[in-house]
Ligand binder design. Structure first.
Ligand code: SF4
Length: 499
């Protein structure tokens, strides 16, 4: 069970992905794959195996609606082929139309890993060059360094007001010895994750390894908290028709909000009721609304309409009508009210965000995430930046890359005869992973052929590694040439690389 302890700064590997689904509520990516337009090969091959709430992002890409992707890199060493997975994920989302953000997590590298600023400067440049060489478009997207982004720092400060020490202790195991900078790097990271939504709320995906999930969960929580805080502040500005005052009074009796005066009463209509009520209290909100509707009908009046101050009146009315339908159609049984309201939840959520943005808040959507498998080290075990033979750096001399693949462990049998008879164990082979994660590129047929030939006993490890080693050498040569070509792009992007 230790294997599934998720520690963003630890060295834990995740050996049993299934447990992540059960214990942490990460959903299987396969379940959402069909909704993804032109899925990336990492998605098709199950390398991206899990997600949290990815549907809104897939839907936005599908419909050409605003969406964003963001991931950060802690510059603690050279970028290697494991990091390439994340580069690919960012670039793919950018190519599908998402606003793309890549950041250098220099504060985290300094506070959580103790890297000096000089080391950070050097590594930061290397990460960004590889990202650009792989196809990131810096004009359409944004690259930044945590410490140099003032807006991120300001947002981090605000988010810090929503979190406290006990919470960080529970999530990250912080204790009395944890330094304050480390805690500050956590809220900075939360601000990074929400930064793409600073101007306007939009579905945002954070591609990460499963060990980063604690950050995602905290960011999702904080997004919610920021939202309710701002929305409740906004209530006071709504004015009511006299005829609605009884209803307001009843509403307030049930939900016990702060006091209100006769002239500027707080609002009562459906959207607010839903916003004010946490999900667990939707039943109360629904109950109040039903009595509101009954009273209005008895008095021979039309049900109250939403206020025109919402920027999108039609969406507001539609959401309102859908809610009335849900109640009128008696879809709601008291015990089952949450299910009954599920149908309107997306709309109600959207409405809550709109109100908030209209009244000067952020309206953050809880960020989504996708999770990729860790690559196995070439020497077996976890691929680690600190063990050179276990990984291939994107800066490795192509000849060294070739040699590392040639010396990699395989899922092969003791003898060639046995391999021909029983087939190789591609599923346990780091060399096969190289094909599936990188060397086969977009060519599914090629990846499948390697797999089938291996398990069918037609492919022997010597030749298989020779082919992989050759492809790796070519990949590195090409990648490094591109890195030189994009040096100008990096200059032009004017990122503050020096601390
Ligand atoms: Fe791995 Fe290739 Fe050997 Fe199969 S044939 S076990 S894929 S090295």
């Amino acid at each position: 069970a230790d294997d599934v302890a998720l520690d963003p700064w630890g060295s834990s590997s995740v050996s049993d992905y299934r447990k992540l689904f059960e214990e942490f509520g990460i959903e299987e990516f396969d379940a959402v794959l069909e909704e993804v337009p032109n899925p990336h090969y990492l998605m098709r091959r199950g390398v991206i195996f899990g997600h949290r709430d990815y549907r809104p992002v897939a839907r936005a890409l599908q419909n050409d609606e605003p969406a964003a992707v963001l991931s950060g890199f802690m510059p603690t060493g050279d970028p290697h082929i494991g990091h390439k997975l994340v580069f690919d994920e960012i670039i793919w989302h950018q190519q599908q139309g998402a606003d793309a953000y890549a950041l250098i997590a220099d504060l985290e590298a300094n506070s959580a890993r103790g890297m000096s600023w000089d080391e950070i400067d050097e590594h930061a440049r290397n990460y960004l060059l590889s990202l650009l060489a792989l196809g990131f478009d810096p004009e359409a997207g944004e690259l930044y360094r945590q410490s140099a982004n003032r807006e991120v720092q300001d947002l981090a400060f605000e988010l810090g007001a929503e979190a406290n020490f006990s919470e960080l202790q529970a999530i990250y195991g912080f204790d009395g010895e944890t330094d304050v900078s480390h805690m500050q790097s956590v809220v900075t990271q939360m601000a990074d994750i929400l930064y793409p939504q600073l101007e306007e709320p939009k579905p945002t995906v954070i591609p990460v390894g499963p060990d980063q999930d604690p950050h995602v969960r905290l960011a999702r929580d904080l997004a919610e908290r920021m939202r309710f805080f701002k929305v409740s502040e906004a209530y006071a500005s709504f004015e009511l028709e006299p005829v609605e005052r009884d209803l307001v009074a009843e509403f307030h009796e049930r939900l016990e909000p702060a006091e209100f005066d006769d002239d500027t009463l707080r609002c009562v209509h459906v959207a607010e009721a839903l916003e004010e009520a946490p999900l667990s209290e939707l039943g109360i909100a629904a109950d109040v609304l039903r009595s509101v509707l009954t009273k209005l009908t008895e008095a021979g009046m039309e049900p109250i309409r939403p206020r025109t101050r919402f920027s999108d009146r039609r969406a507001t009315e539609e959401a309102f009508d859908a809610l009335i339908d849900a109640i009128d159609g008696e879809k709601r049984v008291y015990e089952n009210h949450i299910d009954a309201f599920e149908i309107d939840r997306d709309e109600a959520e959207e409405l809550a965000r709109q109100v908030e943005v209209d009244t000067g808040g952020y309206g953050f959507r809880p960020p989504s995430s996708i999770y990729h498998r860790f690559m196995t080290g070439l020497t077996g075990g976890k691929m680690s930046s600190s063990i050179p033979a276990s990984h291939i750096s994107l800066l490795d001399d192509p000849e060294d890359g070739y040699n590392k693949v040639k010396s990699a462990t395989t899922g092969g049998r003791e003898t060639a005869a046995e391999q021909r008879e029983k087939g190789g164990k591609a599923d346990e082979c780091p060399v096969y992973e190289l094909y599936a994660y990188l060397l086969a590129g977009d060519d599914d047929e090629f990846a499948k052929r390697v797999y089938d030939e291996c398990v069918g006993g037609e492919r022997l490890c010597g030749d298989c590694k020779e082919q992989a080693a050759q492809l790796m050498k070519e990949f590195l040569e090409e990648h490094q040439e591109k890195r030189e070509d994009v040096a100008d792009l990096l200059e032009a992007a004017e990122i503050e690389l020096e601390s």
